[in-house]
Design a binder for this molecule. Structure first.
Ligand code: SF4
Length: 160
């Protein structure tokens, strides 16, 4: 997979300490994106699934997919996610797509079978708020994927 960086223990991309993987490639091109260096699908370096999994095992934290848009590499991402899930770890996934767009896309939809929380939608400069928990703009939602359906979105709360 093409990865810009792995952070081996962050507290800003979901609850608790997490291994955050920043994947290369993003076509959303949000104004004032904080990570424009990740837009190119050629940014970063090639990392094998086994290498990424080794880093996750070594850290022994839950996992967050970020970027870039992780869904840009959807096939490998789904394979990686199931391997992580088999370890019993939770997965948060940031994406510039909305939850509904993913539900309606046959190629992207299978990621919803494996991630626990989806932080959805593009960063919107006009809705930016630095006080929001785990997200940059108020249009983005922390979606409890396990309890949500296409027409009934349940937001994540720290009680779950
Ligand atoms: S989706 Fe995320 S990485 Fe992509 S342009 Fe928007 S803020 Fe940047």
């Amino acid at each position: 997979m093409r990865v810009v960086r792995i952070i081996d223990g962050t507290t800003v991309d979901g609850p608790g300490f997490r291994t955050s993987i920043y994947f290369a490639g993003c076509t959303h091109h949000c104004t004032d994106c904080h990570n424009p260096e990740t837009w190119s699908p050629q940014s970063g370096e090639d990392m094998s699934l086994e290498y990424i999994l080794e880093r996750i095992i070594e850290n022994d934290f839950d996992v967050t997919f970020s970027g870039g848009d992780p869904l840009y590499q959807i096939g490998d991402l789904i394979a990686l996610a199931w391997r992580i899930k088999a370890m019993g770890k939770t997965i948060w996934c940031y994406t510039g797509y909305t939850y509904e767009q993913i539900c309606d896309n046959a190629e992207l939809r299978p990621i919803l079978d494996v991630v626990d929380v989806l932080v959805d939608g593009p960063f919107e400069k006009e809705n930016a708020d630095s006080g929001l928990l785990f997200r940059g703009s108020s249009n983005q939602r922390l979606i409890d994927v396990r309890h949500s359906t296409r027409n009934d979105v349940v937001l994540w709360t720290s009680e779950f």
